[in-house]
Design a protein around this ligand. Structure first.
Ligand SMILES: [Zn+2]
Length: 189
């Protein structure tokens, strides 16, 4: 089974009508010897990420995969820190100039699958489904903002978003949202 650790929980705060403070939740998955990071925070947060990795006996060069849930700036700021990683988003994997496309889902290891969950930022947003000893954990980016109820303040297409959320709620026992800590899914199918 895979293990999931939140390297740094995200948060969000409106400062006034014209601005906010935001950092995203950054997660570390380990499965079958592969080290996987989900989302990489804001530009300038590299130091904090390195520190959090070090606590887990890792450095950025040890990371095999970086999963990009979507392309908002607070989720991709330190992608270039991970020089040995294969990058995965909702439609493709890439290393340097080589892109490989996939349909709907991409299996990284036996217990770690990336699935498309559109609606928050684009048609191509994704979530990561991780099978662990505790149950299934979905790392969902901003599809879930901070808990099961709160909607993200920015929505690309609400109908798509609600459909993707329902899909994740059905699949997952726990959800790691884009700007908060892990929570337990309340109702099962
Ligand atoms: Zn976002």
């Amino acid at each position: 089974m895979a293990s999931v650790k939140i390297l740094r929980p995200g948060y969000f705060k409106m400062v006034n009508e014209e601005g906010c403070e935001a950092t995203c939740t950054i997660s570390l998955i380990t499965d079958a010897g592969k080290k996987i990071i989900v989302d990489t925070g804001n530009v300038g947060e590299g130091k904090e990420i390195k520190k959090a990795l070090k606590k887990n006996g890792l450095s950025p060069s040890d990371i095999d995969y970086v999963i990009i849930t979507h392309y908002h700036p607070d989720h991709i700021g330190n992608n270039s820190l991970f020089e040995n990683a294969t990058f995965v988003d909702g439609v493709e994997t890439f290393v340097e100039n080589k892109f490989h496309f996939f349909e709907e889902k991409y299996t990284i290891t036996k217990n770690v699958t990336v699935i498309r969950t559109p609606g928050h930022y684009s048609n191509d947003d994704c979530s990561v489904i991780v099978k662990t000893d505790k149950g299934t954990i979905a790392i969902a980016g901003d599809l879930f903002w901070s808990d099961e109820k709160n909607l993200p303040p920015f929505i690309f297409k609400k109908k798509l978003l609600m459909k993707s959320r329902a899909k994740i709620v059905k699949m997952a026992d726990f959800i790691i949202p884009g700007h908060g800590d892990m929570f337990k899914v309340s109702k099962k199918k």
